[in-house]
Design a protein around this ligand. Structure first.
Ligand code: ZN
Length: 309
């Protein structure tokens, strides 16, 4: 019952839910392009938003949304660069982050992602959290280049660092750090500074991994860093710090109740997020305090997340 309840709540949540995606009329979506400096632009619409880096070497694109958005992404890129899309990075294997890979690859782009992302795309996935079946991707859509822990790309005069965030939003998240532009794409590991984040336990995500990913981004960033949240605009280091502290607080509270032997329903009834919900639950959001408490419980119950190296 519990799992059914989670899936029902998530039907309204944008990141990846097939139901939510089917409700979106992509033909009406407009891409907002924001110049973040040093050749980095944010392409924003409604979930699975992209970043691009443009310069003499060509275009590097982070995330390709769903298939219906491919031509719009290309058109938005063409408005700021006449160079070809040469490199694509997929941040994680949720369906709204790699859907236009094949289109980009057929145009000559080389796709890069974590090794586990490639495995998940090649096999196909059933995401229990969303009751969503994602069929195997065609070979052309798969990353040609994969990595395990870190990778550095020197392109357009920029240093682009890729960091694997183990067992965070999923088991295949890549944090993408544009060093000169001072911009980080957080994959799905940061929900912004006004919402509880979501992590997908059915794809190997965990609360401990989310905290670790946010700590990693805090160590990379300074007060001027722009951090791209999962489904929203650019966040700040201050917002990330607040989000990370909130996660650490909730983890400690839920773990304490777990250690006292309480059940999931008993823990939810204790409302361990009561004083936090006003700040972290936007009106109408399915990511309520009770929902996030269940997510935290399910993550902490069997698994304390990725081992520290
Ligand atoms: Zn996601």
């Amino acid at each position: 019952m519990r799992r059914v309840w989670l899936a029902a709540a998530l039907a309204a949540f944008p990141c990846l839910s097939a139901v939510a995606q089917s409700r979106i009329d992509y033909s009406k979506l407009e891409i907002r392009t924001t110049d973040l400096g040093h050749g980095v632009y944010y392409l924003g619409w409604q979930g699975g938003d992209s970043l691009i880096l443009v310069g003499d070497d060509g275009v590097l694109l982070v995330d390709t949304s769903v298939a219906q958005m491919g031509d719009k992404i290309k058109a938005a890129i063409a408005r700021v660069s006449d160079k070809p899309i040469r490199l694509v990075i997929n941040t994680h294997a949720h369906a709204d982050h790699f859907g236009s890979n094949e289109l980009m690859a057929k145009g000559g782009a080389i796709i890069i992602g974590h090794e586990t992302l490639r495995e998940r795309m090649a096999k196909g996935q059933y995401l229990a959290a969303f009751k969503q079946t994602i069929p195997p991707s065609p070979p052309a859509a798969l990353p040609a280049i994969t990595y395990l822990e870190t990778m550095t790309i020197h392109f357009d005069g920029e240093t682009v660092q890729l960091f694997h965030a183990p067992r965070a939003h999923t088991d295949n998240d890549t944090l993408v750090y544009f060093k000169r532009a001072n911009v980080i794409h957080a994959s799905g590991t940061f929900g912004g500074d006004r919402s509880y984040p979501f992590f997908d336990i059915s794809s190997g995500g965990s609360l401990a991994g989310m905290i670790r990913a946010e700590e990693e981004m805090l160590s990379l960033s300074d007060d001027r860093t722009r951090i791209i949240a999962d489904e929203g605009d650019q966040g700040s280091r201050e917002g990330l710090k607040a989000a990370c502290e909130m996660l650490v607080t909730i983890r400690a509270r839920v773990q304490k109740l777990l250690d006292e032997g309480k059940s999931e329903d008993q823990i939810v009834a204790e409302k361990p997020t009561r004083d936090l919900d006003a700040q972290w639950v936007p009106q109408g959001s399915p990511l309520t305090g009770d929902f996030f408490t269940r997510l935290a419980y399910q993550s902490l119950k069997n698994d304390r997340g990725p081992a520290r190296p």
